[in-house]
Ligand binder design. Structure first.
Ligand code: NAD
Ligand code: LMR
Length: 337
């Protein structure tokens, strides 16, 4: 038996009274890359989510320690999985799989510079999902998201399991940042602000729709330029501040937990769950695009129209589409080369 009771060989560790009641009702969620900078705080937040009954933590390093630590929280069950031989057990039976596995940027790098390492990681993990939990909802965080989501789609197509409604690129951090920065400019509590952010998740592909902010408001052109640039470069702002120690982890874990919770509420059948996400889409002529989607029992149940764009946003959309088309093609070619 393992010296770590909550690791794969051991019994499933429950939060409380498990002998009397068995597993609590709820969803089974796996985090792949769970010992990383995003993975650890995300594991913490998902362990606190009352919709989660069982949490699986998978990584190629350090899951025994992270799992032992998280297992002492008096919430649902958690189990750890270490290394490729345990990937299949980590995935079997999951309703939702969240993927923050992969290397982060250092100053001076673009997200696309991560492609060479992270594309292969995304492929391996998605092959596991296709085999062990083909019906799970998949939330892709690993960068470059503009390419890793198309990679996941191609892996699932090859395996014959692709359901575009169940594959979602996580762009929530762009919305979270946009809400924060717009709240600062307007003097509003960011919790009361909602900014749609469309396109993708890198540089100019991140397109905040400042003409559609809720509550309705107006900005000067200086404010539009400042806000658009700060939202597009929010990731770089953190990468530079961390000075070589990685990219956003805490705000990302918050954003990923918020998005995962929305997916779980959709799965439960709650009405009116709308989030921005990078998904297979016909809202533009590109095969993938981030925009507002309605989440439900089968994942993405509806892609909402972009709504009216002003001239500045229409110009931004053209720039975004140009870069996105290349990133999508790069991901598709990686699997089909
Ligand atoms: P990190 O290096 O701190 O953690 C990554 C974890 O992935 C590590 O624990 C590592 O062991 C693990 N890993 C590596 N290969 C693996 C494999 N084959 N299987 C399972 N796990 C594996 O990095 P981080 O800061 O947590 O960032 C992770 C990724 O998320 C990066 O690619 C980063 O660019 C991306 N990211 C995306 C967003 C977004 O908005 N979508 C935001 C922030 C970061
Ligand atoms: C972010 O937006 O913070 C992430 O994509 C990480 C990065 O490399 O900027």
């Amino acid at each position: 038996a393992s010296s770590h009771p909550q690791m794969e060989e051991g019994p499933l560790l429950m939060g409380s009274n498990c002998r009397a009641k068995g597993a609590a009702p709820g969803f089974k969620v796996a985090i792949l890359g769970a010992a990383g900078g995003i993975g650890q705080p995300l594991a913490l937040l998902m362990k606190m989510n009352p919709l989660v009954s069982v949490l699986h933590l998978y990584d190629v390093v350090n899951t025994p320690g992270v799992t032992a630590d998280i297992s002492h929280m008096d919430t649902g069950a958690v189990r750890g999985f270490l290394g490729q031989p345990q990937l299949e057990n980590a995935l079997t039976g999951m309703d939702l799989v969240i993927i923050p596995a992969g290397v982060p940027r250092k100053p001076g790098m673009t997200r696309d510079d991560l492609f060479n390492i992270n594309a292969g990681i995304a492929r391996t993990l998605c092959e596991g999902i296709a085999k062990c939990c083909p019906k799970a909802i998949v939330n892709v965080i690993s960068n470059p998201v503009n390419s890793t989501v198309p990679i996941a789609a191609e892996v699932f197509k090859k395996a014959g399991t692709y359901d575009p409604k169940r594959l979602l690129g996580v762009t929530t951090l762009d919305v979270v940042r946009a809400n924060t920065f717009v709240g600062e400019v307007l003097g509003l509590d960011p919790r009361e602000v909602n900014v749609p952010v469309i396109g993708g998740h890198a540089g100019v592909t991140i397109l905040p729709l400042l003409s559609q902010v809720n509550p309705a408001c107006s900005f000067t052109s200086e404010e539009v330029n400042h806000l658009t640039s700060r939202i597009q470069n929010g990731g770089t702002e953190v990468v530079e501040a961390k000075a070589g120690a990685g990219s956003a982890t805490l705000s990302m874990a918050y954003a990923a937990a918020k998005f995962a919770d929305a997916c779980l509420r959709g799965l439960r059948g709650d009405a009116g769950i709308v989030e921005c996400s990078y998904v297979a889409s016909q809202v533009t002529d590109l095969p993938f695009f981030a925009s507002k989607v309605r989440l439900g029992r089968s994942g993405v149940e509806e892609i909402l129209p972009l709504g009216p764009l002003n001239e500045f946003e229409r110009a931004g959309l053209e720039k975004a589409k140009k870069e996105l088309a290349q990133s999508i093609q790069k991901g598709v070619s990686f699997i089909n080369k």
